[in-house]
Each structure stands twice: as C-alpha cells, then as structure tokens.
Design a protein around this ligand. Structure first.
Ligand code: C5P
Length: 404
C-alpha cells in the first residue's frame, strides 16, 4: 500500500518499545521503507540489532557519528522521508520538540525536518496529565504535529489511565491517513467479505478451508487508504485485520450473509471470502460421541450464495459487484461462465492449485474478467493486486479515469 514510501521511525524509551518492532514489520509488509533511529533511552528497551534486522537498514543512534554523517548528514536524513513517526514518544522527547531543542540525534532530526510528523506518546498517567506535558501537547498540535493515542488502560507501572502507547494497528491506520492523500474514494461505502467460513458439525468441530483472508485484508486496506468507508466482514481468518475498516466477525456462511445484508446499501461489494458451499444440516448442539452403532453420517444443506444474491438484487444493488473465482484448472473459462451465472460485474480469477502457493501465501496471480473480456496480470504480492484492483474500482465509481 505504501510502495516506495520512506518512513523515518524514531523509537524513544519506554516499556512499549517492543510495539515499534511490530510496526516496522507491518510497514515493510505494506511495501514501505523504514529508516530507524533509536534514542539513548530507546536502546534500553529494544536492541539496535533487532531494530536494524527488522528494518533491513542500519539503525541511526548518534548525532556525531562520523560514518553516518559522511554517508547521509542528519539534515538529509530528516528530509529524505515521506513521514516521520515517533513511537514511543516519551514526555522528555515531546518536551524537547515543543521547546525546539536539538541536543541529540532524535531531537535534531525533529527540529530539522520539513516532513509531516506523527507521534505516538507513551508515558505514565501522571506524566501525561501533568500541566507541563499538556502545555507541550497543545504547542505541538499548534505546530501541526499529528498524534495517535495514547490509549487508556492498565500501565506497566500498575496505574490506570491515559498513557498507553497506541496499538500497532492504530498507528498503522494513522500512517495510512498521513501517507495516502489521494482520497478518491471518500464518501464511498464498500463491503468486503474475506477469509474462510466455519461450518459447525457440533459445538467443537467444524468444516473449514485453507483461506487465510490475506487478499481480502489487503483489498480492505487499499480501499481505506483511498478514503473509502469499508465494512470488512470476515470469517475466522489468520491474516491481520485491516486497520481503519469496520470489522464484522462471523463464523458460518449463513452468518456472513446476514452481516452482508445488514451492511447494505453500499456503492460496491467485493466478495473475497472463500465461502463454504454447504453446511452440516444435521449439526448437533451437543458434542458427538463415539458410538458402537458406527460412524456418524453428516447430512449437508446448501449454503446461500451471497455473491449471487447481491449481484442479482433488483432494488439497491451496489453499483459494482465483484466476485472471486478460485479454481485449480481451466481457470479463465470457468471464471467467464461464473461471471454470467452469478450476475456480478467482475470476477477476479486465480489458480489455487497447491503448487502455486497462492492459497495462504503472500503472492497472487490473477485474471480480471469483465464484460470487456479477460485481462491477465503478472504474479505480484497480494498487496499489489489489491492496489491495482482498487485503482480500477475508483475509476469506475468516480466515472472517470483522470483522478488517480
Ligand atoms: O461459486 P464459487 O464458490 O466458486 O464462487 C466464488 C465467489 O462467490 C467468491 O467471490 C465467493 O466469495 C462468492 N461466494 C459467496 N457465497 C457462497 C459461495 C461463494 O458469496 N455461498
């Protein structure tokens, strides 16, 4: 989602510093670069080695590091980024920023930068509530600094209240809002279904499939990045949920259908979930026991076809209805037939044969089937497939090709 974007991440001291490591991983997963900076107190909580290993770049620690200065001066370092993120931001670092002090690398970079700055504070409740910190917050906001968090909750020091570092997914959502300024989907409501469904056999057993929900999450993230209001209806998936979307967790296909109908009306609906075709009609509300009378026989019932139902609505149908077709052979032919049978506008078809590594993997190779024909895309990451598809969705919903 932020292909090629550079984030200068300043990691201050704090027990929540470990969350910065998760943040680095997430930013890179989305195609962004992280240039890490560790403050002296930051080093007490996370090691330079773990930071640089995750970032894939050397960590900057010293203002007067001659090697770094020769390769990239601190002024250049502070300006080469698309966004500066401070997480965790300590009371001390915020005070320095508010005062315009520059007595170590982090504060110097923050004073020298002309790039937008997002800070995620983390400190003890009393420190957060202290009038001095509150004055600094007001000053920083006045200077145009953006904040994410802190959250309220139990703190490592045993107290309760505001001061907890925002969670990585909240910080990611804030970064997305900062970086993605082409909000061409603002005002558009889009439903995305994702993940597998679980069809119960009894209270502890179920029938499922291997879908991870990775492509659905990537699509929802790409839509959020362009400003869409996204309702993300997901079965029990293993992929991380998209930040900034309204998440509705469901279990079975029938639950998913109910959630989709409740989420309508929408401008577009994308059905990326791997929905089970059948449920166990004879599902028991008690755990099935072994019996001398032989093996249990499962009787199946057909699940509602959610995509077909929405695509064929006569009243209130979303302007764009998109289905996915996962096949293991004759992918394009089946997908063309599926588009007509389901009545949807587009089908995104892919080959999920085990040797492709697509189901549960991080890459995808798809063919987009529209009324105009079939368009095969090269193999790329699921995030890139999402960006490409979402750009096309934006063209259609805005009725123009000029906006992106
Ligand atoms: O018919 P098939 O399962 O191959 O169709 C796949 C497409 O239909 C996917 O977009 C999937 O999300 C959607 N689907 C659905 N409800 C079902 C079965 C599939 O929405 N019961």
């Amino acid at each position: 989602m932020f292909q090629g974007k550079r984030i200068l991440l300043i990691i201050g001291g704090g027990i929540a510093g470990y969350k910065a490591l998760e943040l680095i991983r997430r930013i890179r997963e989305q195609g962004g670069h992280v240039t890490p900076v560790l403050t002296q107190s930051g080093e007490k909580f996370v090691t330079p080695l773990s930071v640089s290993a995750l970032a894939g770049e050397a960590v900057h620690r010293d203002l007067f590091d001659l090697t770094t200065e020769a390769e990239m001066g601190h002024i250049q370092l502070s300006r080469s980024a698309d966004l500066v993120v401070v997480a965790p931001a300590t009371a001390d670092l915020m005070a320095k920023m508010a005062q315009g002090m520059a007595n170590d690398l982090a504060s110097t970079l923050l004073l020298a930068t002309d790039t937008p700055v997002l800070i995620a504070p983390s400190m003890n409740v009393r420190m957060w509530e202290h009038p001095a910190t509150q004055r600094n917050i007001a000053t920083l906001k006045g200077d145009g600094i953006s904040f994410v968090g802190p959250n309220e909750g139990h703190m490592a020091c045993g107290e309760f209240g505001p001061g907890r570092l925002a969670e990585p997914d909240e910080i990611m959502a804030a970064i997305i809002r900062q970086l993605c300024t082409r909000q061409v989907l603002t005002g558009k409501r889009i439903i995305v279904t994702s993940g597998p469904t679980h069809e119960p056999i009894d209270p502890v057993r179920y029938i499922a499939n291997r879908s991870s929900g990775a492509q659905g999450s990537a699509l929802a993230r790409a839509l959020v990045a362009l400003g869409a209001e996204v309702v993300f209806i997901t079965g029990p998936a293993t992929a991380a949920y998209p930040e900034g979307a309204q998440v509705v967790q469901v279990e079975s296909a029938r639950d998913m259908q109910t959630a989709v109908m409740q989420a309508l009306p929408a401008d577009a609906a994308i059905f990326a979930a791997a929905v089970a075709d059948w449920h166990v009609r004879s599902a028991s509300d008690r755990k099935l026991k072994k019996s001398k009378d032989g093996l249990p026989v499962l009787e199946f019932g057909e699940n509602p076809d959610i995509l077909r139902g929405v695509a064929q609505m006569t009243d209130g149908r979303p302007a764009l209805v998109i289905g996915f077709a996962a096949e293991t052979n004759d992918v394009v032919d089946y997908a063309i037939a599926k588009r007509l049978r389901k009545g949807c506008d587009w089908i995104v078809a892919n080959d999920v044969s085990p040797n492709t590594g697509i189901m549960g993997g991080s890459e995808n190779e798809v063919t987009l089937i529209t009324e105009a024909g079939a368009e095969s895309w090269p193999r790329m990451s699921k995030a890139e497939v999402a960006d490409t598809l979402v750009a096309k969705i934006a063209h259609v919903l805005n009725g123009t090709k000029d906006e992106l």
